[in-house]
Design a protein around this ligand. Structure first.
Ligand SMILES: NC(=O)c1ccc[n+]([C@@H]2O[C@H](COP(=O)([O-])OP(=O)(O)OC[C@H]3O[C@@H](n4cnc5c(N)ncnc54)[C@H](OP(=O)(O)O)[C@@H]3O)[C@@H](O)[C@H]2O)c1
Length: 333
């Protein structure tokens, strides 16, 4: 059987470009025992994949040049040589960027696509949702009446993180890269305030104006100058959930910024970096809470769906230009 797949053509320097990816037509073999043949449906593009394109030691193994890119995929079982799955069932797993793939059954999780939209397993009820849940509830720990700031607020993790803070009774301020995203944050996702960092003359001063008593929790998705502006406004005993640093992922050399650690020291701030997999034994708890909040209407979710398998590279590159509102996904057609 012939399929299409994307391989890493070359490691990027700086912002990835379409030349870093190559689409190939390849033949896949027949199934062996305990394997299943899958047809990709929703393919996830995520900022962490930029790190995997580099040849450096990190918490996740690097992609190999000339080998398929892999990421979160929701797929349909077409054929099965495993007692765990039947044709017609749906699964989620870390699969190649391919129209069809063969995978060991033990690496897949069966999903119910009748009660829950299948794409949610890659978003609010998947890795980004769990990240928002654990970062906010385990590190941020917002209390009633406290002020929470979320950067990258209009993305997959950010929209959920802010809504969880609202559920805990906090006042929530989002920072995002367009007026449209800021309107969505306030209109759809219950944020109290939203600031557009691309048009702001001084984010530090704007935050000082709307947070006169300081920021109690900062959920950081982006790093860089945005984080410098928030840190300058932290209150005593603030907590920083250090989730992501997307503004730095395409840097070719480390940036030099204000040295802010003395502020953390003198204000007794807790700063904790985390990787969602640190909490993998508690994903069931996160699914339980997030599903309940969705059912109760306390959490709303949003996706940017790009149709067409061949748009995978553009969708991924678009993350670094803010092309997505909520979770960015490619629908294979
Ligand atoms: N710690 C973990 O386990 C974990 C797990 C998942 C994700 N993360 C991290 O969390 C962050 C958000 O992930 P996500 O999946 O929710 O991504 P996402 O928000 O869906 O997509 C990335 C967003 O980042 C913003 N952005 C891009 N370049 C930027 C820059 N230079 N400065 C400021 N903002 C920029 C863009 O929105 P604007 O329009 O606002 O610029 C873009 O839409 C990422 O840093 C990711 O690596 C961490």
């Amino acid at each position: 059987m012939e399929i299409l797949q994307y391989v890493l053509a070359a490691r990027p320097t700086g912002l990835p470009s379409p030349e870093n990816f190559r689409i190939e037509k390849v033949k896949i073999p027949g199934l062996k025992e305990d394997e299943v043949l899958l047809k990709s449906w929703y393919l996830s593009v995520d900022p962490y994949m930029r790190g995997r394109m580099n040849d450096v030691k990190s918490y996740a193994a690097s992609f190999e040049v000339d080998k398929p890119i892999r990421g979160g995929v929701v797929a349909k079982v077409i054929e099965s040589k495993s007692s765990l799955f039947n044709p017609g069932e749906f699964v989620v797993g870390m699969l190649p960027w391919a129209t069809y793939s063969i995978e060991k059954a033990e690496n897949l999780r069966k999903i119910d696509v009748h009660k829950i939209p299948p794409s949610y397993y890659l978003g609010v009820l998947g890795m980004p949702g769990f990240t928002a849940y654990f970062g906010m509830t385990e590190i941020g720990k917002p209390q009633k009446g406290e002020t929470v700031v979320v950067s990258g607020a209009g993305g997959a993790v950010g929209i959920v993180a802010g809504q969880i803070a609202k559920i805990h009774g906090a006042r929530v301020i989002g920072i995002a890269g367009s007026d449209e995203k800021c309107m969505l944050l306030k209109g759809q996702f219950g944020y109290d305030e939203a600031l557009n960092y691309k048009t702001s003359i001084s984010l530090r001063k704007e935050l000082a104006n709307i947070c006169p008593e300081g920021v109690d929790v900062y959920f950081d998705n982006v790093g860089g100058e945005i984080t410098d502006a928030v840190v300058a406004n932290l209150d005593f005993n603030a907590r920083i959930a250090l989730c992501g640093q997307i503004s730095q992922y395409n840097n070719t050399r480390p940036t030099v910024g204000p040295s802010l650690l003395p502020m953390l020291l003198t204000r007794s701030v807790l700063l904790k970096g985390f990787i969602v997999s640190n909490y993998s034994d508690r994903f069931g708890e996160a699914i339980g809470h997030l599903t309940q909040w969705l059912d109760d209407g306390k959490i709303k979710y949003h996706e940017t769906l790009i149709r067409g398998f061949d748009h995978l590279p553009d969708a991924f590159i678009g993350l670094f230009d803010g092309k997505n509102q909520g979770k960015m996904l490619v629908v294979a057609e």
